[in-house]
Design a protein around this ligand. Structure first.
Ligand code: BDP
Length: 713
């Protein structure tokens, strides 16, 4: 054993600790392919000068050298075997010089888009990566490396891509203390204490990872904002980050605390219509642009969960957003105003964002985007799409997904979110007169100058593997890839990620893909099947607490959401209930308003149905609910055994890491199933069928569990 250990150290073999993400650039293990790669790629030739091109060259040098296991360097002149990169304007003359009769294919329609193609030239040919902009070239370089890591044959190396959306953004909910709200992967990456002078190389690796997916915007602080980020010392730190991100095409936005003039400059008011307040923000904005000339703008959470906002002064969200929008307008900045609002007065939290925002449609400045969470409540394992999508035709709406798994088992559950993202984006916001999907709503340019976008709440921290759970990386990856190209299937994205993260062996790809594709549905079943929602532990949201009824506001308590009683379970949002369904287009509402025909995955979202309610399977609701909980655990166990079968094919570090977490996930799944069924049984008074393994603990036991230090809270 000792000798073995020594041998592996002596051989310099590095543990697979997940740090390299999907950018591992391991030597191609197919001998023939490796030979052809070595034959066709002999060096990199770059045309033009730009920091993004430097980044592209450095990435390709690293990538090619790794994959080809050979020193690949920059060439001094274009020659056969070269990978030639540059913007179209600068590259064309060079190519024409090389191949006079050349017809360069048309560029993609968007500035950030790229072209990859091969040309025959002498024996080895040349490979071209070009774009209108330098960052497009960088994206193309990452794409080529992705194709090589996935063992694409040389003849198939071609691409013509443009991003579907303009802003592809990560929102970090990181506090200045480095505690990450809803973070499960250590503390924040940003070391505010040592910035700006200490530029942790990890900041560059973070930017590389984002650029490899086309993520082009970030906020690095919490939406529950601290006004201090707007002060000089922090602007200096932020400048250092922005400077590191810029070559990678990433623009920095800032979360703005609406009451900042009060906190920072002792103002008596933050009223958005007050002239001195407007002036304060104008000057503050001008100051920010001195530090960060390409500053993107502000992301604002206002009048939500105790955050200050324009309503404190009897002004509307539009008044607040427009005031900030005016401040950034002359610099080309934007304001992203969040629609995540709810207050205890409404009869249904579901309806609030729509009630507050729909009437404001058309009142926002052109440089405002409203950022809407995917569902009406709050990032639950499954939600119907938010009815705001499709309801504000005059306002650019930005999608907000939560990549960090606040309600999805946090960083101990393996849950691949690709299918969940797709489910929301493909949901139809209306069927008649013309079908339209959520994706089409957010992609639509409502004015020629309108900006479109999508944001994901990041799951990244300073854990060595970035995301806590290795498979959390797949969610970062899927978010970015789907933000760029929403046409990619969950399966295709999973496969890309597996090939780059593990290897290209079919006996590795197939089982991991199977695990990933089954994972979200399994979690929904063992946590919140058939349209249950928000029955997690108070505050930290870890584990089941369907009996929770002790918090000060009704809409903070799980019992508010499931409404179980001796008759049945579920939230009546039809016309006989809160009528939240009326917020959807008629053609959509029709699908859901009848409890007998409603898609059963949303049944309890919209209906309070009897325990005896006859389901499509012919079973009663109670039986179906029980089956779902048991099925969820069963599917999870299948995931676990699939993984166990991979031991020989995966390095021990990552194999053991995932195995141990799957062990926790299995225990948690059983806990969820047992606790929920035992509790709901106190209302249904119906048995858990005898053929099932019976709960091994009592309801009292589950109720007695406490987790005062659960992370992320
Ligand atoms: C909820 C989180 C809370 C966030 C809030 C938000 O529990 O920590 O501050 O969303 O999105 O899901 O603002």
């Amino acid at each position: 054993m000792a000798t073995l250990l020594f041998a592996s150290f002596a051989g310099g073999s590095k543990a697979e600790d997940g740090y390299d993400l999907w950018l591992r650039y391991k030597k191609c293990d197919q001998p023939e392919l490796l030979t052809s790669y070595r034959n066709y790629f002999t060096g990199i030739y770059r045309v033009g000068n730009h920091a993004s091109l430097d980044a592209a060259v450095s990435e390709m040098t690293r990538g090619f050298s790794g994959i080809l296991d050979k020193n690949i360097t920059q060439l001094k002149s274009p020659q056969e075997g070269a990978v030639i990169i540059g913007t179209a304007t600068e590259l064309s003359p060079v190519l024409r010089n090389l191949i006079p009769a050349l017809n360069i294919p048309a560029l993609p329609e968007k500035k950030e888009g790229f072209l990859i193609f091969r040309l025959s030239y002498r024996q080895r040919g040349i490979t071209i990566i070009t774009a209108e902009s330098p960052v497009g070239v960088l994206y193309g370089s990452f794409h080529l490396l992705r194709l090589l890591q996935s063992q694409t044959p040389v003849v198939k190396l071609a691409a013509n891509e443009s991003p579907a959306l303009d802003l592809r953004m990560l929102n970090h909910w990181d506090n200045l203390t480095r505690h990450v709200e809803r973070g499960y992967a250590g503390i924040a990456l940003w070391n505010w204490h040592t910035l700006p002078d200490y530029k942790d190389p990890r900041y560059t690796d973070y930017a590389r990872a984002n650029a490899s997916l086309g993520i082009n915007a970030v906020t690095v602080t919490n939406v529950n904002a601290n006004a201090l980020v707007l002060t000089k010392p922090y602007l200096e730190k932020l400048r250092a980050l922005a400077d590191i991100f810029r070559p990678y095409g990433i623009r920095l936005f800032l979360t703005a605390r609406f009451s900042a003039p009060i906190e920072l400059d002792k103002f008596k008011t933050a009223d958005p219509l007050n002239e001195t307040v407007k002036d304060w923000w104008k000057k503050k904005t001008d100051e920010i642009y001195q530090y960060i000339p390409d500053f993107g703008g502000f992301l604002v959470k206002a009048n939500s969960e105790g955050q200050p906002g324009p309503q404190n002064y009897k002004r509307t969200h539009a008044d607040g957003a427009n005031m900030l929008a005016d401040a950034v307008a002359s610099h080309g900045g934007h304001v992203i105003w969040r629609a995540f609002v709810y207050n205890p007065e409404s009869d249904d939290r579901f309806k609030q964002a729509y009630e507050e925002f729909k009437p404001l449609d058309g009142q926002f400045r052109n440089n405002v985007l409203v950022q809407v969470k995917n569902g009406p409540i709050d990032f639950q394992p499954r939600e119907p799409f938010s009815p705001l999508f499709g309801a504000m035709p005059k306002t650019p709406l930005m999608m907000e997904f939560q990549i960090t798994q606040e309600y999805l088992g946090q960083a101990t559950h393996l849950v691949y979110q690709g299918p969940m993202f797709k489910e929301v984006m493909n949901a139809q916001t209306q069927i008649a007169p013309k079908p339209e999907t959520v994706q089409q709503v957010i992609e639509k340019k409502i004015r020629p100058d309108a900006v479109t976008g999508i944001a994901g709440v990041a799951n990244i921290g300073n854990d060595r593997n970035w995301t806590g759970h290795l498979f959390g990386q797949a969610n970062w990856y899927a978010f970015g890839r789907m933000a760029w190209n929403p046409k990619l299937s969950s399966e295709a994205v999973a496969e890309e990620w597996i090939r780059q993260t593990f290897n290209n062996t079919p006996s590795v790809i197939q089982p991991i893909k199977k695990i990933m594709l089954a994972s979200h549905e399994a979690l929904v079943k063992y946590m919140t099947p058939l349209g249950l929602a928000h029955i997690m532990g108070n505050g930290h949201h870890y584990g089941p607490l369907p009996w929770g009824n002790t918090l000060g506001r009704p809409d903070w308590n799980p019992v508010y959401y499931h409404r179980a009683d001796s008759f049945g379970i579920g939230f009546n949002r039809s016309a006989t209930g809160t009528n939240a369904l009326a917020q959807f287009d008629m053609s959509i509402r029709k699908q859901w308003e009848d409890s007998n025909t409603c898609d059963e995955k949303y049944l309890l979202w919209f209906h309070h149905v009897s325990w005896q309610h006859k389901m499509k399977s012919g079973k009663t609701l109670w039986q179906e609910l029980t089956d779902h909980y048991y099925q969820g655990v069963k599917e999870m166990r299948i995931m676990k055994s699939e993984w166990a079968g991979l031991q020989k094919n995966i390095d021990p570090e990552r194999f053991n890491h995932v195995s141990m977490l799957l062990g926790i996930q299995e225990k948690d799944a059983v806990w969820w199933r047992n606790a929920c069924l035992l509790y709901f049984q106190t209302f249904s008074k119906m048995p858990i069928p005898a053929q099932y393994e019976q709960p091994d603990q009592t309801l009292e036991y589950y109720k007695s569990l406490r987790f005062p230090y659960a992370p992320g809270n």
